[in-house]
Each structure stands twice: as structure tokens, then as C-alpha cells.
Design a protein around this ligand. Structure first.
Ligand code: AMP
Ligand code: ZN
Length: 471
């Protein structure tokens, strides 16, 4: 039986009990990257949140189908379909073709996510490989009277969709997105958005396809509705993205999908808050931002950044600073040192019940809206308690790492200690037990037995010991 899950739903603005519609397998869609530049560490924070969600759902005992798109066409500098085409800007900047740009940054995105131990979604769908599906989708919207042609582009008529604005709780009249750039005079309503661009907008766009409305390419929003429906069917259990997507992109996805289906579409909307840099939004289009590589160049490990992300709740803004990253790094390095210490002293204990209690407490924080900071605190409590043996502490860490994904299972003993045969380590553990029981005679006998096997044991403070080869 899967465990109970509770998540904050942006649609209801409350933490609600979550269950997949079929009771077994969660159908989850996450908006993927627009591949026109490196992902910045803010983008990566959102993918860490989605990865924690993915792994928590699996930990709770549900199946999961996780779908993510790759936006390799159609995203303009303003989410409301105004301004320049992001892919074209990059192609000009780097004197490359748009597809070369797309594949280059898609590859880099997956290198970064792999380094952060983010699982690859079950389905990764490129927009450029689903154009026919999008055209079919737009045709249905047109047949149902939700789309209109104006100056060569096909627009979604938001006035025809009653629920427009329901996710961001705004009236349609408040949803004017033209403030940053010129208003598109072809729109009937300011909140209308493009379903299909024809060459009238960007004549030099190389990626174009034939369509009933002329040669052109899809708008950004239609990509997600089409691909989510193709891979997940008519009901999506969870749809994720960053908070910036709430007022435009996700409103538009809802409008298109529910107009197409004639019924509700997504059950839970979950959004990751922004990572801020010196209290300013980190923007991929502004050109100056921090990448994972830039952190690695400065000597940080991807695990340090992942640990930093886990320290804040996904619905709180996080402020990035190198001081904060250093603190995360130090804590992570303390954790790895602790693991080495536990592995050096593998002591078993009759403490299965205590271990289950710690695991249940840990899971509970994750199952109640992904409270990673509290789950980390439980982990440190488990490491500090004397109610758990070293072996149980290691078991707890392996469990925690199913979601934390800090590569804790890869932490090895230093090389010289690895070579020590297990029988010698067992003798040393027996000796430690004897010492704790103040059985000095047995302790001395075991020291001799260890020496006979060619090893010297040195006692360290706090019940620890060090083994080395005898000369
Ligand atoms: P993009 O590639 O620009 O479409 O963004 C990829 C993902 O990163 C989306 O889910 C955005 O909502 C999210 N995102 C963008 N900027 C930030 C930020 N500063 N902090 C956290 N997430 C962000
Ligand atoms: Zn999307």
C-alpha cells in the first residue's frame, strides 16, 4: 500500500491529500528547459525540486511516469509571445544553426542534471519532433471556436475560455502582458497568445513547417499541452514548473488543454520558488548568470549545490551567496567524514525499532509537502543519537539518499584502510566491544590476534580506532 502524500496545490492554495487518479501510477509533467543557453543555477534549483518530488513519490510506493519537454522552437523573449525568438538570438550570437544551438544546450543541460544526480525523466520530448501533433491540436481548437487567425498568426481567444486566470487568481482583464514590449495589435484581447506563428513574424526563422495556416512554427505554450496529452492522456496528476510560469505559461496551458478536452485537466499544480542572486532575479536571457560549471571551476562539487538546494523548502525563495554555498559545502563534507567514520567502525545493534522510527519521521517530512530542511535535520539527529548503532546509521543514510541523492553510497574508506581484510576489521570491532564492556583481558588478547595477522591497532578518543599494517 502506498503511503499518504500531501502537497501544496497552487490551484487551491492549500496543502491537499494527493492521490493519482488511477490510485497507482502518478502522471507527472514538468516544463523543460528552453535550450538556447546554459541552464543557470536557478533553473537547476527547479529541476532539483522536481527530482525530489519524483523520488518522494516513488519512495511512497507509487509508480510514476515523469514527462519533460525540451523547448527547441517557439519561445520568445517575453513569455507572452512578444519580443524576439530566443533560439534565433542564440544562433546569431554563436554563428550556429538553431538546431545546433538546441542540441548543444540540451546536451549540456543533461550533463548538468546528471552531475546533480537528477534522474532523467521517463519521457523527454522535443518540441521539434511533435509538430504534427501540435498542428492537430490547434485544428481542434479552431474547430471548437477557440482560435482565430490574425495577420498570419493563429491566436487563442482567451475571452472564449471561462476559466482564464484561475491558477493565478487574476481577472482576464488584469492579465496584460504587453508592458515590457510593444502590444501585439493583432490580438483581440491582451491575454490572447499565439498557437501558430507564420513566417510573417520571423522571416529568418529556419525551423518552419507547413500547416493549414501557412508555413511557420508553433507557439511555446501549445508544446506543453500537446506533449503532456500525448504521453499522459487526458488527466495529468501533477504539473510542475517554476513560479514564473504561473501567470502566463500555465494559464495558457490550462486554457488550451481544457478548451480541447472540455473538462478539467491537471489535478495538482506544483511550483518551485526562485533562486535569487543578491535579491535580483537570475535571468538566462540577460546573459550574466551562474552555471554549475562556474561553481565547479571554483572548486565546488555538484553535491555541494544539491545540498544547498535541500536546505531550503522548494516553496521559499532561496538567496544564493558563496558564503551560503560554503556553509553547505562544509556541512556536506562533515557528512562524508561521518560516513567514513561509521564505515571504519561497523558495529551492529539490536535497534531495528529505533531505526524504523527515524525512517518514519524522515519520510513523514517528505510526504508532507517535501520538507527537505526538516528531513535533513532528522538525518543529523539520527547520526548523533546513541540509540542507533553505526550500521543502522549507515542504513538510515542509504534510505535518506534515495531522495537526497547526494551520492552517499559512493563514499569510500581511504585507500589504505580499504585493504584491511574483513577478518581483521571484525577482530577490531570485537575488541572495541570488549573495551566498551571494560573487558581488558579480552581486549589485549584481541590486540595480539590482530598483530598475528600483521596489523597494529591504535585506540583513538571517543571509542574509535585506527588499523595499519605492522612493519
Ligand atoms: P527556462 O529554460 O527559462 O524555460 O526555465 C527552466 C525552468 O527554470 C522553468 O521551470 C523556470 O520556471 C525555472 N526558473 C527560471 N528562473 C529561475 C530561478 N531564478 N530560480 C528557480 N527557477 C527558475
Ligand atoms: Zn510548459
Amino acid at each position: 500500500m502506498p503511503q499518504d502524500l500531501f502537497f501544496y496545490n497552487t490551484m487551491t492554495r492549500t496543502i491537499d491529500r494527493f492521490e493519482p487518479s488511477d490510485g497507482k501510477t502518478v502522471r507527472m509533467y514538468c516544463c523543460g528547459p528552453t535550450v538556447y543557453n546554459y541552464a543557470h543555477i536557478g533553473n537547476l534549483r527547479t529541476y532539483v525540486f522536481e527530482d525530489v518530488l519524483d523520488k518522494t513519490i516513488r519512495l511512497a510506493g507509487y509508480g510514476l511516469k515523469h514527462v519533460m519537454n525540451i523547448t527547441d522552437v517557439g519561445h520568445l523573449t517575453s513569455d507572452a509571445d512578444e519580443g524576439e525568438d530566443k533560439m534565433l538570438i542564440a544562433a546569431k550570437r554563436e554563428s550556429l544553426g538553431v538546431l545546433e544551438i538546441a542540441r548543444k544546450y540540451e546536451g549540456k543541460f543533461f550533463e548538468d542534471t546528471k552531475a546533480l544526480n537528477i534522474s532523467r525523466p521517463d519521457v523527454v520530448a522535443r518540441a521539434t519532433e511533435h509538430i504534427k501533433d501540435m498542428i492537430e491540436f490547434v485544428k481542434v481548437l479552431e474547430e471548437k471556436g477557440f482560435a482565430y487567425l490574425s495577420n498570419g498568426n493563429v491566436y487563442f481567444d482567451t475571452a472564449k475560455f471561462q476559466g482564464y486566470g484561475k491558477l493565478s487568481k487574476q481577472d482576464r482583464s488584469d492579465l496584460k502582458h504587453g508592458a515590457r514590449v510593444e502590444e501585439d495589435a493583432s490580438k483581440r484581447n491582451p491575454s490572447d497568445f499565439v498557437l501558430w506563428f507564420t513566417s510573417s513574424k520571423f522571416e529568418n526563422q529556419i525551423l518552419q513547417w507547413d500547416s493549414p495556416w501557412g508555413r511557420g512554427y508553433p507557439g511555446w505554450h501549445i508544446e506543453c499541452s500537446t506533449m503532456a496529452m500525448k504521453y499522459l492522456g487526458e488527466n495529468v496528476d501533477i504539473h510542475c514548473g517554476g513560479v514564473d510560469h504561473i501567470p502566463v505559461h500555465h494559464e495558457n496551458e490550462i486554457a488550451q488543454s481544457e478548451a480541447y478536452l472540455g473538462h478539467d485537466w491537471v489535478h495538482f499544480w506544483m511550483h518551485g520558488e526562485f533562486l535569487q542572486l543578491k535579491n535580483a532575479k537570475m535571468s538566462k536571457s540577460s546573459g550574466s548568470f551562474l552555471t554549475l560549471d562556474s561553481l565547479i571551476e571554483k572548486g565546488y562539487k555538484p553535491e555541494h549545490y544539491r545540498y544547498f538546494c535541500l536546505q531550503s523548502h522548494y516553496r521559499s525563495q532561496a538567496n544564493f551567496s558563496f558564503e551560503a554555498l560554503d556553509a553547505a559545502k562544509n556541512t556536506y563534507e562533515n557528512l562524508t567524514a561521518k560516513i567514513v567514520e561509521l564505515k571504519q567502525n561497523p558495529i551492529k545493534g539490536d535497534d531495528e525499532n529505533v531505526l524504523s522510527e527515524y525512517i518514519a519521521k524522515f519520510d513523514d517530512f517528505l510526504f508532507h509537502d517535501l520538507k527537505t530542511p526538516q528531513a535533513l535535520a532528522v538525518m543529523w539527529d539520527a547520526l548523533k543519537t546513541d540509540k542507533l548503532s553505526n550500521d543502522s546509521k549507515l542504513k538510515f543514510l542509504l534510505h535518506a539518499d534515495e531522495v537526497f541523492s547526494l551520492k552517499l553510497d559512493e563514499i569510500e574508506l581511504p585507500k589504505n584502510q580499504e585493504e584491511i581484510p574483513s577478518e581483521v576489521r571484525e577482530l577490531a570491532n570485537e575488541r572495541l566491544k570488549a573495551r566498551l564492556e571494560k573487558n581488558w583481558q579480552k581486549s589485549d588478547e584481541l590486540r595480539d590476534a590482530i598483530l598475528e595477522k600483521g596489523y597494529v591497532i591504535k585506540d583513538l578518543p571517543g571509542g574509535k580506532f585506527e588499523l595499519s599494517k605492522a612493519n
